[in-house]
Structure formats: C-alpha cells, structure tokens
Design a protein around this ligand. Structure first.
Ligand code: ZN
Ligand code: ZN
Ligand code: FE
Length: 750
C-alpha cells in the first residue's frame, strides 16, 4: 500500500512574475502530486501530497531547475496534514504583510527572439514581445503585488488570444504581466513621420546620419551611426559632452569581435539576461569613429537587449552609438512629452511608443578583471536586486553621495541599493532621487527608523537627509569609511580589516578633503592609520576641472618653484601667478590627501590631460597612456610616522618623475607611477600588519576603477601573504557608498 504524506513549502526570493507557479505546476504533474501553489506578498506557497520519494524529488527539482530569471533565497518546508486533494491547481494570490524581491528588467529571451523573426508567428516583428522569462519588470511596476493592474501595462486590454496564454498554466506567458501582441499591445511610431514600418524608417534615418531619440526600457537613448564621425561629433556638441566615451551597440558577438578582444567571461556578460555595457579592450577601431571613445583603449559595448534593438540593428546593419537620452548631468528622459521637449535640438527624430516607463533605468556598465566582473554603474538588469549583508540592521535609508548617486534601503539582511540615480547637481536629478526613494519604500515595505548620509554639508543628498532630522535620527558617515564598509559587506567579511580607500574627494573628519586613506576598520568604527600628505588645491573645485592647477600647486608647495615644463606652455602667465599667490596666502586653497588628485596632477604634469570634461578623465588618460608596455620599475615614496599615523610623502616621487620626463616616454613614466601607488598600498599595509596583526586588506574608492592599479595592487599584496578583497557587484566608486552608509547607520545606537 502506498503511504502518502503532506508538505507545506514556502519559497522566497525572486519567484513572482518569472514563471515560477507554472514551473511548480508542471513539476507537480510530473511527480503525480496533489495540492496547490499560490503567490503571497512575500513568497510562493505550495502544498503537496504524495509519496515521500516523489515529494523529495519534487523539492530537489525546485531547488535546482527553477526558471532562468528566478532567484531562490530561502525555502521553508514543514509537514502538513493530508487534505486528500483531487488534483493540483494554481490558486488565487493571497496578500500578507510581507514583501518580496522584484526582478530587474531582463533582455529578450531566446524563445521570444525565435518568434520575433518567424514570419509565421503572430508576433512576427512585434517590438514588445515578451514572456515570463524576459522583458520589462522593474521599470513598469508601481506597487506590489506584481499584477498587471499595478503596472503601466494596465491601460492595454489583452485580446482573446493573449488572455488565453495569460491564463494557461502551461503557457510560457502564463501571468506574464506585460504580455501583449500587435492586436492589443503597445505601438511604435516615428514622431511626425507616417510609416508602415517605423523601425525600418528609423534604420534608414540612422544610416543617413541623423541622431534619433529612441524610447527604450528605462528611458530614452540617443542613437547615431558610430562609423560617422561628423554625426558623432555633432552628438557630442548637442549633448554638451566633451570626451566621455559613448557606448556602442553592435548586432552580434562576431561584429563585436571585429573591433574588440572578448574573453570568455566578457562574452558571458554580454550574452547574459542582464546584458550590460561591457568595457572591452579595443582590437582595432576600423571604421568606427575616433570620436566615440577619444583617448581610450577600451570601448563600452552592448548587444541588443530589447526586441526593438534586435529589429533595428538587423535593419540598420551598422554599429550604433547608444547613449543615455539626456543633456550631460541631467537624468535620462522618461516620458514622450519630456523627451520631445528636453531633447528638442539634440535629436533630429524620435522613435516613440505608448508603453509608459514608471522608473528611469540607465544601462549598467561593467568590466572584467581576471574573470571577476567589476560594476561601474549598477542599474538595468541588476537593480533592484538586493545585496545580502552578513547581519540584520535597523531599517535604514542611506542617501549616498553627490556624484554617481545611489541610495540604499535596508530590511532584514537585505540592502536594496537603488539603480544609478546620477549626479545630484540639479533639480531634475533631485526629483528622480526623491521619487525613487518613495518607490523603493513602497515596493519593499520599508519604513526607515534611521537616516544615514555623507558628512559633506553641501551634498544635496546630505541636505535631503538633514531635512528629516528631528523626525528620525541622522547618522553622518565619513565618505571613505562608507567605501570600505560597502566592500566589507559585499564580501561578507566579519573580521577587522585594513581598508584602503583611494578615491577622488570626500569630506574628512578634520574638515579637509580626504581621498588617499588607509584605515583599520570594522562595521562600528575606524581609525585613520595612514594617508597621503596634505597638498593644496588652488581654486578648490576649479582645480578638479583644471588639473594643471594641482600640478603647479604640488610642485610649488614641494619645491618652492615651478620648473619650466611643456605642460606650462598653454597656461597664461597671469594664472600661474595667481595660483602661486593662492598657495602662499591660503586663498581658496583647501588641503587634500586625495589619491585621485595625485593622479590628476601627474596626468597634467606629463601633459597628458590638463582639462577635465568628465569625472576622472585625467586619471583615465594617464592609465591609457601605458598602452601595453610591461615595465617593472618603481619611484620612491617616503612614509613618515607622525603621531601614530603613517604619512605618505610625495617629494621624492615628483623629483624622480621630473628626472624621467626628458628620458622616458609617458607610457613608461605612467607605468612606473602606477606600480609605485600599488607598492605604497603594500608598504603601508605591511607597517599596519606589523603593528596590529591584521592580515585582511579591502580595496575601495574610485581609483580602483583603474585596472592597472587594481591588478598590480592585488598582485603585490598577495605576494606578501595578505588576504585581499575587492568589489564586484557594488561599484567601488561613489555609486557604492550608500551601502556602507546604510550599514553604519543601521548599526549605530541599536
Ligand atoms: Zn521571452
Ligand atoms: Zn493580444
Ligand atoms: Fe568616493
């Protein structure tokens, strides 16, 4: 006689809107189990009855064969009494007090692609094809539960055929909330042009050299022919974008390989459901315009990830510049009206559609270093998936930094880092920041008990936090400490660490601008153990835009004079005089220990970059100057102990660089400089290890977007037996500090 048992199973994670219930339904049929499955606000709940062995196989299949974009965080299993169910059914959703994880938007899947280009399919060339395994999610959701009525698809009433798919548990589109077809779904058009085939029309316009604003998943792209220098240049002018590289979309992997080197790991990323922009080493630009990525050895490339892209790239058959549809600094455009208004004068034509975007969502940017991906900008495909942190903290809202802002909300042991919000320097971005905070609070049912922010009084994110002071406690977290904690949390480190934060600018505890810091740190405290010596920034912010001011300032304050070097030639005599005076009299000349500024100064000194048109440009171009040379030489930097702090002195460094300027090409000097900074990390870490016996080193801060520095630092540290941790899922730049703030804030006082 068969012995039947009953089990109640709860599955937590990204398990809704991803085809989970039909998957469970099919499994139950396969193992001849009776019972039901349903969605609750927090999980997928299952009750099954059957033979022990079948139930065990059923559960193991759930854990291993779940649908491609689902993500299982936790499974709870308990015995349940037998109810003698007749069959297996999918039951009505149930609301409870919980919350659940929400899937990011996902690139169009293989099955949908096949249908998209199958002339016999009813969705042949339909630009909004999707299924439970792919398509928009986060960008269309207004509230949970994730049902069509809570998305921007609510206004489209499904036709009979779509409705049938939607209600059939065995169909790939069962409960696919954005389900649509040409008969009932969203439509495309080119604004102002009557056309049977708007995508074909767009392709034609692109080939003719026009700039087109294209509505995508999370906002608008500005697209143009990447092989047409005249157009790319025009786009730079209209968008007011100096030298910052543009991303390029190419139709397939073979095309990408013509221009770039692609490793296995990079290939995987390009093809992944997240489909980010991957920074690839350029093989040869061939017919691509040099204007796409000036002075860079890397190209940001992505594959088509929406049905519109797939059709468009086939039609156009040229690599397309695809850059966010905004003016520099402003957030990406979201609505048709907004785009028509704000991008008037930038785009020549607009490819629009009537599916509304609820949340702005930029393309994510990553690079690969030794098989590990490094997030530069975390948005599409990744947010709002949380980072799991090693412990629970109070529900916290961390407001992040100023540039590359993200915020972070914590709940249980999850940290929900927002998608990249942008540079918080204008009203539009601030509004985007505030609206997105409200959205995350709603979606994940977070009610912050504490607010965390940077110490910089002028950051708009800090000001936003301080407005809430009085209602909620506000914890100010030092910028570089936040960087270190974010890297610790991402790596689940629980022991104290040597935290190396090499960064641009961040407000220091003493009111100076920090950025070349080495701490000993845990989650509750830090001690500044080493830093770059303080050097002047004549003109303050102006010195960041004009790094020659740093070069002159550093030389003048170290040597008392400025040697006559080629980089001086372009600078008016008068300005040099003013800079010297600013330093002597301490007028508008803050002091900084920033490592990023040291890179800027050296870049300018070598006459590589003397005007910054995007954040980090002098350092990027200094790194790029190395090309591919191998050069195992070092400069000398002295470390002096002062009051228990190791101060890194740069006088010898500058003496030796000046000595090399006539003898070595810039590529060699730059390589030597990068080696030196890596060695400084090792030498200070050795001194600290000697004293405090900590062997774990954490590397964070914007400087570690520099591959040469990152690679060399890891190599040298490992050679000395250090355990080294770097970022991967969370940016090492200021996009990552909200995570560190959230953890420090969430632990403080609790
Ligand atoms: Zn699909
Ligand atoms: Zn339909
Ligand atoms: Fe920073």
């Amino acid at each position: 006689m068969k012995i039947l048992i009953g089990k109640r199973i709860k599955v937590y994670g990204v398990v809704q809107g991803v085809g989970f219930r039909p998957f469970v339904y099919r499994l139950a049929k396969k193992y001849e189990l009776k019972g039901w499955v349903l969605n609750t606000s927090s999980s997928v709940e299952i009750e099954v009855e059957g033979e022990r062995e079948s139930i065990e196989s059923f559960i193991s299949d759930i854990q291993t064969n779940f649908p491609p974009i689902a993500r299982i965080e936790r499974i709870e299993i308990e015995d349940s009494p037998l109810n003698n169910y007749e069959g297996f059914s999918i039951r009505e959703s149930k609301e409870d007090l919980g919350y659940q994880l929400i899937s990011p938007d996902i690139a169009v899947c293989k099955d949908c692609l096949k249908e998209l280009f199958d002339p016999k399919d009813r969705r042949y060339r339909y630009p909004f094809i999707n299924c439970t395994n792919c398509g928009p999610r986060f960008t269309i959701i207004k509230d949970i539960p994730y049902d069509r009525k809570n998305t921007t698809m609510a206004k489209f009433k499904m036709c009979d055929e779509c409705e049938r798919e939607y209600n059939d548990p065995l169909d790939r589109r069962f409960h696919a909330q954005p389900n649509a077809c040409p008969a009932c779904g969203p439509k495309l058009w080119v604004e102002g042009i009557e056309s049977e085939d708007p995508i074909k029309e767009t392709a034609r316009l692109l080939r003719e050299g026009f700039i087109i604003a294209i509505k995508g998943l999370g906002g608008f792209h500005l697209a143009c022919d990447a092989t047409n220098s005249k157009t790319v240049k025009l786009l730079r002018e209209r968008k007011r974008r100096g030298y910052k590289p543009f991303a390029v979309m190419m139709k397939d992997l073979d095309t990408i390989k013509r221009y770039c080197y692609v490793s296995l790991e990079e290939e995987k990323l390009l093809n992944s459901p997240q489909s980010p922009i991957v920074l690839l080493k350029i093989r040869s630009l061939e017919d691509l315009s040099k204007e796409v990525a000036p002075n860079n050895n890397y190209l940001g490339v992505m594959l088509p990830y929406t049905p519109v892209h797939h059709i468009l790239l086939r039609e156009a058959d040229i690599p397309l510049v695809m850059t966010s549809g905004n003016l520099s600094e402003e957030p990406i455009c979201q609505d048709n009206e907004e785009a028509l208004d704000r991008l008037k004068g930038v785009a020549d034509y607009f490819l629009l559609n009537d599916r509304d975007i609820y949340s702005r969502y930029d393309d994510s940017v990553v690079f690969v270093l030794e098989d590990k991906s490094q997030m530069i900008r975390r948005a599409r495909g990744y947010a709002p998936s949380p980072i799991k942190i090693p412990f629970r903290v109070r529900q916290t809202l961390a407001c992040g930094g100023e540039l590359k802002n993200t915020f972070c909300l914590t709940k249980d042991n999850y940290a929900f880092i927002s998608q990249h919000i942008g540079d918080l320097e204008n009203i539009e971005t601030l509004e985007h920041f505030i609206n997105t905070i409200e959205l995350y609070k709603r979606l994940f049912r977070v009610e912050p008990e504490v607010i965390a922010c940077d110490m910089h009084p002028d950051y708009l994110s800090t000001r936003y936090a301080l407005q809430l002071e009085g209602t909620l406690p506000v914890v100010r977290v030092q910028h570089h400490y936040a960087h270190i904690v974010s890297c610790m949390a991402e790596n689940n480190i629980i022991e104290p660490v040597i935290g190396v934060a090499f960064d641009g600018s961040g407000y220091g505890l003493d009111g100076s601008i920090w950025g070349g810091e080495v701490f000993i740190a845990d989650y509750d405290n830090f001690v500044r153990k080493s830093h770059l010596e303080y050097l002047p920034m004549p003109g303050g912010e102006l010195a960041i835009r004009k790094p020659y001011r740093l070069a002159i300032g550093y030389l003048y304050s170290i040597f008392g004079e400025v040697p006559n070097l080629p980089f001086i030639d372009k600078i008016p005599e008068e300005e040099i005089k003013i800079i010297k005076e600013q330093i002597e009299k301490r007028i508008n000349t803050p002091l900084t220990s920033s490592m990023g500024r040291l890179f800027d100064a050296v870049s300018s000194l070598l006459n590589i970059c003397s005007e910054t048109t995007y954040e980090g440009q002098p350092a990027v171009e200094l790194e790029m100057a190395i090309k591919d040379i191998e050069f195992d030489k070092y400069y000398n930097l002295k470390i002096e102990e002062d009051n228990d702090i190791f101060i890194i002195k740069v006088k010898r460094l500058f003496e030796e660089i000046l000595d090399d300027i006539d003898k070595l090409p810039n590529s060699y000097i730059s390589a030597k400089f990068h080696n030196t900074i890596a060695r400084i990390i090792v030498n200070t870490s050795l001194l600290i290890r000697e004293e405090i016996k900590i062997n774990t080193v954490v590397l964070s801060g914007g400087c570690f977007q520099n591959r040469v520095l990152l690679k060399k630092s890891i190599e040298l540290l490992k050679r000395e037996g250090f355990k080294v941790y770097i970022h991967s899922n969370v940016p090492c730049n200021d996009g990552g500090i909200s995570l560190g703030q959230a953890i420090v804030g969430g632990r403080a006082g609790s």
